[in-house]
Design a protein around this ligand. Structure first.
Ligand code: URA
Length: 283
C-alpha cells in the first residue's frame, strides 16, 4: 500500500462529506505540513528510495516537530502524549470518543506491542490492555519471562471508537476504521522512533492493517516484517484466544501465538528454555 498526503487529505474530506458536512476545519499545522510532506516524499523517491506503508503518516507533522526531539525518552513520550491528547485531526472526525488512551510501559523497552484501540475498561482506566484481553496479554508476557512493566504497550488508535454517536455505549466496542487509525498513526510512529524497540509485535489484523499491512493474520504471521528497519511480528489478538477458549477450543491459536512470541524472543535475543520451547508442543 502506498500512501501520500493527498490520499490522507482526500480520505479525510470524503469521510466528512459522507457524514453530510459541507465545511471542515483543518488545523493550520496540517495545512502547513502537507506541502512539506509532498516534497519530502518526492525527495525520497528521487533518491531511489521506496515509499512504503506508514511513510506518509510518519512524515505528517504531528505538531511535534523539534519539540519532541530533545530530552529523555520519557520526556519525549510525555510530549507526544500531550499532542495526542489534542489531536485535532482525530477529534475533527467526530467518530472517536473523548478520552485519549495513550500507552503504558517502559520508555526504554526492547519489546513494543501494538493493539487496535481502547475498549470500555481501557477508557475508564486510561490504560491500554487492562480488560480481559489485557489479562491474557500479561499472562503471555509472563510466559516469555517479561513483566508487563518491562515492555511498552500501545494501540494503533488512541481513542475508543464511538458507537451511535458515542453517548452511553455501555461496554460495546468496535474496531477503528482505516481513517481513524490513520489519523493516530503519526503518534504511534513517533512512539516507535522514541522508544526504538528491538522488536514490535502487532496484535491482530486490525493493528497490522493500521501499520500498513493487509491480509489475515494467518497470512501475515510466520514472517518478519519491517517498520523503518525495526522487525515486526504479527500475531493473533488476545481477544481471539479468549473467544476460542469460550467456545471450548483455543489450543491451536494459543500454539500459534506462542510460536510467534518465540520468534519475537529470538529477535530480542532472550534466552529460551527447553520448557518454554516445549509449551504447546504436540506429541
Ligand atoms: N484491545 C486492544 O486492541 N487494545 C486495548 O487496549 C484493549 C483491548
Amino acid at each position: 500500500m502506498s500512501t501520500d498526503s493527498v490520499t490522507l487529505l482526500r480520505q479525510y474530506l470524503e469521510a466528512k462529506r459522507d457524514a453530510g458536512r459541507t465545511h471542515v476545519a483543518i488545523s493550520a499545522e496540517s495545512v502547513r505540513a502537507l506541502p512539506g510532506l509532498e516534497a519530502r516524499l518526492e525527495r525520497r523517491l528521487a533518491a531511489g528510495g521506496e515509499i512504503v506503508a506508514g511513510d506518509a503518516a510518519a512524515e505528517v507533522d504531528t505538531g511535534a516537530g523539534s519539540t519532541v526531539a530533545e530530552g529523555t525518552k520519557a520526556e519525549r513520550l510525555a510530549r507526544v502524549r500531550a499532542l495526542a491528547e489534542a489531536a485535532p485531526e482525530a477529534r475533527a472526525l467526530g467518530t472517536l470518543r473523548e478520552t485519549m488512551v495513550f500507552a503504558v510501559g517502559n520508555p526504554e523497552a526492547r519489546l513494543m506491542l501494538i493493539g487496535e484501540a481502547p475498549g470500555y475498561q481501557e477508557e475508564r482506566q486510561r490504560e491500554p490492555f487492562v480488560g480481559p484481553a489485557g489479562e491474557k496479554l500479561t499472562q503471555i508476557l509472563k510466559a516469555m519471562g517479561l513483566p508487563r512493566e518491562s515492555v511498552y504497550i500501545s494501540n494503533i488508535c488512541k481513542f475508543r471508537p464511538a458507537i451511535d454517536g458515542g453517548g452511553d455505549q455501555g461496554t460495546k466496542n468496535r474496531k477503528p476504521t482505516e481513517l481513524e487509525m490513520r489519523v493516530c498513526l503519526p503518534f504511534v510512529m513517533s512512539e516507535i522512533e522514541i522508544v526504538q524497540p528491538v522488536c514490535i509485535v502487532a496484535l491482530g489484523a486490525t493493528a497490522a492493517e493500521g501499520m500498513g499491512l493487509s491480509g489475515a493474520v494467518g497470512k501475515l504471521r510466520g514472517q518478519v516484517h519491517q517498520v523503518h528497519g525495526t522487525p515486526m511480528i504479527v500475531t493473533y489478538h488476545p481477544s481471539y484466544i479468549l473467544r476460542e477458549e469460550k467456545e471450548g477450543g483455543g489450543m491451536q491459536v494459543k500454539r500459534q501465538v506462542w510460536e510467534d512470541m518465540l520468534a519475537a524472543m529470538e529477535i530480542l535475543g532472550l534466552p529460551i528454555s527447553e520448557k518454554q520451547r516445549g509449551y504447546f508442543k504436540v506429541g
